[in-house]
Design a protein around this ligand. Structure first.
Ligand SMILES: Cc1ncc(COP(=O)(O)O)c(C=O)c1O
Length: 405
């Protein structure tokens, strides 16, 4: 077997796309040529600054169009982690400020505490931001998924009715570990009926399922560049006009006072170009990817000792994620053995891959700790081929046999 790289970890990050690279190149040219081309500081008054501003605003328009939003509602960030943090911390603080209260006034000012509602299978960027809110006196209510990894409207309804003064609900569009696709319009309707705003982390949904802030009727949406072939360290928070919001990163007042810091021109240009290409290609690509996903799912779950985490034929799942359990194995061992054969996969979210804790998503699905430790996630992308899938299935079979013996 050749050691040519078979990359099946696209949910962790996608390789930089050619279209993003080409779009960014002029702004990364060294010396004054890059500044002349529009890679200056978009907040400067001189010609190069004004050119950078034009480039920045064109990227903002492209990002807005890709999600059906307005350009002035797009706030560029360093990625979805920052966007998620900003959404939870910034919206809750904004709502409290509007009411004339706020953090830092002590627990009694928030008594009885307003609440935020998050799902148990959110990315840590949401869960840990919720934890910060809890420490600031906000009550955090957690909604559990069903065994298929879905947060159903019914599951949201009861905790939301019981929650005192729900300010914000945050539920992701597509789960990064098992691929479940949530019914965001139904969930956001329930949140709004309860008087809460609705934030959605759409990081894994972009380019995989249609994303429309209008059709979904959300108030805030987190986006990341590097999952769609853009550069890492760039993303956006789309924030519906007039949504209460208190800036969490303060300084020069960039991004209409909502997120300070000199904008990363090359980064946002690469992000916008990659996002546009991913969204344009999504309808055909999702069909092709789903058939590869199904082939991979059938192939790996047919191997002795491998079990599906969820049944991909029993609901709507993203076209790019296949997660399995290998009871009796530790995922780290399997990942490293596959890596030796040139196959890159992960054991859940990349951020958690250096820890031996089982995935909180799998635990929320009711999978016990020991079994959850044997999780392997394969994730596909725009360049995955049938030959990659066949080699991955064969290599996985060999690894399981070798490791077992
Ligand atoms: C669902 C989800 N949210 C947020 C993030 C964080 O994105 P970023 O790497 O842009 O900070 C990820 C990345 O793994 C993700 O999958």
């Amino acid at each position: 077997m050749s050691n040519e790289l078979i990359y099946l970890d696209w949910a962790a990050t996608a390789p930089l796309s050619q279209v993003a690279f080409d779009a960014m190149a002029p702004y990364l040219t060294p010396g004054f040529a890059g500044i002349e081309a529009g890679g200056g500081n978009a907040n400067s008054l001189h010609g190069p600054g004004r050119r950078a501003f034009k480039v920045l605003e064109a990227a903002r328009r492209d990002v807005a169009r890709a999600i059906d939003g307005r350009p002035d509602e797009v706030i560029f960030t360093s990625g979805a982690t920052e966007a998620d943090n900003m959404a939870l911390l910034g919206i809750v603080e904004g709502v409290l400020q509007k009411r004339g209260s706020g953090f830092g006034m002590g627990q009694r000012a928030l008594d009885p505490a307003p609440s935020v509602v998050v799902s148990a299978i959110e990315h840590d960027a949401v869960l840990q931001a919720a934890e910060l809110l809890r420490r600031r006196g906000i009550e955090v209510v957690c909604v559990q998924p069903n065994a298929g990894g879905f947060i159903t409207p019914e599951a949201l309804q009861t905790p939301l009715e019981k929650a005192h003064d729900p300010v914000l609900v945050s539920i992701m569009a597509l789960n990064n570990e098992v691929g479940s696709v949530m019914d965001i319009p139904a969930l956001s309707r329930i949140a709004h009926e309860a008087g809460a705003l609705f934030h959605c982390d759409a990081t894994q949904a972009l380019g995989k399922v249609p994303v429309s802030v209008k059709e979904w009727d959300v108030d805030a949406l987190s986006l990341s560049s590097h999952k769609v072939g853009g550069p890492k360290g760039v993303g956006a928070l789309w924030l519906k006009a007039r949504t209460p919001f208190a800036a969490q990163i303060v300084g020069g007042g960039q991004e209409s006072d909502r997120r300070s810091g000199t904008q990363n021109i090359a980064g946002v240009v690469g992000f916008a170009a990659a996002l546009k290409a991913a969204v344009d290609a999504q309808p055909q690509q999702s069909v092709a990817m789903t058939s590869l996903r199904d082939k991979l799912f059938a192939g790996v779950t047919a191997l002795a000792g491998v079990e599906p985490v969820v049944d991909l034929s029993a609901g709507e799942y993203g076209p790019h994620i296949v997660s399995v359990l290998c009871p009796g194995f530790e995922s780290e061992t399997l990942i490293l053995q596959l890596d030796k054969r040139g196959i890159s996969v992960s054991g859940g979210s990349a951020c958690a891959s250096h820890s031996l804790d089982p995935s909180h998503v799998l635990r929320a699905l009711g999978i016990d700790r020991d079994r959850a430790l044997g999780m392997v996630r394969f994730s596909l992308g725009s360049e995955t081929t049938e030959a990659d899938i066949e080699r991955a299935i064969a290599a996985f079979g060999e690894v399981l046999e070798d490791t077992w013996n």
